[in-house]
Design a protein around this ligand. Sequence first.
Ligand code: NAD
Ligand code: TYD
Length: 341
Amino acid sequence: MQNILVTGGAGFIGSAFVRHMIEKYPQYRIIVLDKLTYAGNLDNLLPVHDEPNFKFERGDIADREVVRRLIETERIDTIVNFAAESHVDRSILAPDAFIHTDVVGTYILLDEARLLGVNRIHHVSTDEVYGSIPEGFFKEGDPLQPNSPYSASKAGGEMMVRAYQVTYGLHTTVTRGSNTYGPYQYPEKVLPLFITEAIDNRPLPVYGDGMQVRDWLYVDDHASAIDLVLHEGRPGEIYNVGGENERHNIEITRLILKLLDKPESLIRFVADRPGHDRRYALACDKIKALGWQPSGDLETLMEKTVRWYEQNEWWWRKIKTGEYLEYYKRQYGQRLADATA
Ligand code: NAD
Ligand code: TYD
């Protein structure tokens, strides 16, 4: 491994992975390919921007010419694919971009890798491909039953990864991560949304009864798990990556308010998300057998996260303008108008 193409490296988890890799492996060259959609942000890469082993290229993973040129000119031997449309609520409002990037884009990467002889592809997937589980834990061999256009598009991409491994013998690995949190997360996902709204004393829209369960994974732990699978994972294998920190949404909401010293009167119960998965939970024995562990407990890492948003208003205030406000109005305007406290 020498020249690693990281797609979607200007997003939340991709940029954490790039920062991690640049610091840990000065001998690797990291080339980021990112379309810079609304969620892509070069500020996320500022800490590594001037490093000699870092390079950024703006482009679409579904654009075959761009992908081919980059693989050839940069002599890419490894691809790590983070690029995706990633927000469930946006996938419900407008699924098109999800099919384009998560399905077609993944296929283009696989196909160019095959044609140009790239040794290794790691695909970043999600626990949401399994669907919802009322009790127990999903294992890697369980059937996929995605319920949102987002999770269905991620499952579609994964199926292509599998087909390219089985049919063409591509060396692929997949990680299925759980709900990830930490610095530099676009403030549409529940944690950065609620933290930044609470800082401004604005209402927090909790969907339905707030009793849905998510498993929370700190972003640096997600990045280190992908690093480990890239180096130690077996070809063709899938690895669950969970934080082993299950919480009801309402508990997480109360924790954020407590850490910010804000009143619970900011909570609003609003109309539920259609098709809302009730619970996600992962069995993580397989990645643990490779030697991976989450780095800390949720309360400590959540506090660290909340303080980061408090101290980095420069990062999120400029995002919460323009297109963001249009999306916010579309997603929450009516919901908040009809809300119960
Ligand atoms: P994000 O939305 O913050 O970042 C996605 C990045 O991909 C952005 O920089 C965007 O500009 C880029 N991108 C989108 N379409 C592209 C295209 N066609 N070509 C090139 N770049 C494109 O997402 P994230 O939260 O960092 O998620 C990264 C990956 O991890 C995704 O594949 C997601 O499905 C997966 N994942 C996310 C979570 C989570 O909780 N956020 C959990 C598990 C898995
Ligand atoms: P989200 O961060 O969108 O991640 P995902 O849907 O991929 O799990 O949402 C996490 C949980 O929080 C999910 O159960 C939906 C819920 N949620 C709210 O209650 N209100 C909100 O405004 C958002 C964005 C999410």
